[in-house]
Design a protein around this ligand. Sequence first.
Ligand SMILES: [Mn+2]
Length: 328
Amino acid sequence: MKSLTSQSIALSLFFLVMTCYHCFAMKMDDRCNKDSEPICTKSLCVTSGTAYTDIDALACAVAFAELYNCSAILPGAFNSTIPDSVRRWDFKFSREFSEKYISFVIVDVSNPDYFPRHIKRKQIIEVFDHHFGFQNYWGNTGKIEPVGACATLIFELFKDKTPSATTANLLYTAIIANTLNFKASVTTPRDIAAFEKLKDFISLPENWVEEYYSEVENKVLENLEISIKNDTKILGNGWAVAQIELYNPSTLFSSSKFLDSLWNSMKEHSHWLLTLPSISEGKNYFVTNSWDIQKVLSEKIQSNWLGLRGVSDKLYLRKEILKITNLK
Ligand SMILES: [Mn+2]
């Protein structure tokens, strides 16, 4: 009798341990198994880079959180690609992490230098990005694909599920912004397909593209220094590369007030570059303080230079420039 009791205690203990193990394994399991129901637990959150949050990162995080019923945490300040009217849309996110999160999905960034420091690599279950250079580092965890917008990758996860109007609006705007209204050569048929499909779910005015860009432009001009600072990437070699996408930056480029603000906002960097893709003209304006950067760009990118200012023959996004020049 006694041995039977201890046997059943042992057995119960065994099952208890197995159940706990199973619970833990469930939590750490790949919550984002595309074929399973959206059963994200409260312990999962989707996040992006710490430096800043752009419209693509915002759209990806909000959409992923909606699809998988988890939290979106965006520690980086919103940059000028998210104008005031978009900020007023009804979407949920937090700025700060709490200890309850034990697993993480990262969107629109894959360079670990930009990740929140406290996140350990083993806690990251998936990384969705369209910036290249870290595919090998992430292996199977990385869904790093050559599309114009990371929003396209996230929208593809919806399959036949319907996004809310706000989520659709964000994804739609992110695709426009990241492909520079389909003028950037990074645009793929997948971006166009996602964009067309999203039209069924959005609630945006007919002239949204013009409205969006004029609002972004006003926001940039309103506070040029902060706009530049909030869209600057620091490369591995210490070079700072800022990008401001405008509908037509040609007048700005020749204004001395603009150049003053630019030098001021870049003063902490020894080597910096500002690239200004002009959406209406399909080319880039470049300003740099560094002959080293000027040399790399003039060698690798078809462009005309007058001293430290240049103009390219076609439109390049920063990530394309970094890829072509082999900088990261
Ligand atoms: Mn992006």
